[in-house]
Design a binder for this molecule. Structure first.
Ligand code: ADP
Ligand code: MG
Length: 247
């Protein structure tokens, strides 16, 4: 039986200034499932992810984690952010902290963990993303791909129930994309529950259990990887061929 971990219902976001970025999006994510969200720039993908972990508040709709509504004034935002990890295009590491301290900071400050326990977890998660050998480096001395793997390790350290990725490879030089995709693929194989916004269509097709195509603030198509082979709408066909031209 599949168990819904994350549920989004009738989500809408109207930004100050009147942009109706998300106009009624609903989808569920089951435990262990990887869902890829694809779509043109400006279609509302980042807005959906940001509403889920409450970086911004939706104008309407319900976000549930483990069956409980989390977009209410009563929900603890720090708790939500540790249960729903987020990986950004721009890494967001602390430049003045070594890799080790980037990972342990949240464990110590948010979880109140001892230095020894936090260090042990840091070693585990850095091993999982193949970055143990750079544990004492500063982010400035890492490649973009290495920074992103540290950012993923930092999220893993919090043992999240879901990880949201917002174009995790978009800021990387082409030769560095593969190592990050490989890391995310490994998490999918381990059964991590993930929502991945990506322009890497082949990756979405090969790794995601389900694909959501967003267009103008709505889910325009949704289904298995076969929707990439056989898009129903002209808009999605055009989007896919525009991506192919880029590569
Ligand atoms: N903070 C903001 N204030 C006003 N408009 C915004 C803001 N962030 C995004 N938008 C607008 O909302 C729409 C959707 O943006 P976004 O969610 O970033 O799309 P995507 O991630 O698919 O590129 C776009 O028209 C964008 O310009
Ligand atoms: Mg975006």
């Amino acid at each position: 039986m599949s168990e819904v971990v994350l549920s989004i219902a009738d989500l809408e976001k109207m930004y100050a200034g009147g942009v109706h970025a998300v106009r009624g999006v609903s989808f569920d994510v089951n435990r262990g499932e990887s869902v890829a969200i694809i779509g043109s720039s400006g279609s509302g993908k980042s807005t959906v992810l940001r509403c889920i972990n409450r970086l911004i508040e939706p104008t309407a709709g319900v976000v549930k984690l483990g069956g409980e509504q989390i977009n209410t004034p009563y929900a603890d935002v720090n708790d939500i952010r540790s249960r729903i990890g987020m990986v950004f295009q721009s890494f967001e590491l602390f430049a003045h902290l070594r890799v080790l301290d980037n990972i342990t900071l949240g464990l110590r400050k948010v979880r109140g963990m001892s230095v020894e326990d936090a260090n042990e977890i840091a070693h585990q998660v850095l091993g999982r993303v193949d970055m143990l050998d750079r544990i004492h480096a500063f982010p400035g001395n890492l490649s973009g791909g290495q920074k992103q793997r540290v950012a993923i390790a930092r999220v893993l350290a919090m043992k999240p129930e879901v990880i949201l990725f917002d174009e995790p490879t978009s800021a990387l030089d082409p030769e560095l994309i593969g190592s990050v995709l490989q890391t995310i693929r490994g998490l999918a194989d381990e059964g991590m529950t993930m929502v991945i916004v990506t322009h890497e269509i082949n990756f979405a097709r090969d790794v995601a259990d389900r694909i959501i195509y967003m267009d103008e603030g709505l889910v325009a198509e949704e289904g298995s990887s076969s929707i990439i082979e056989n898009p129903k709408t002209e808009r999605m066909q055009k989007f896919l061929s525009s991506i192919n031209e880029e590569h």
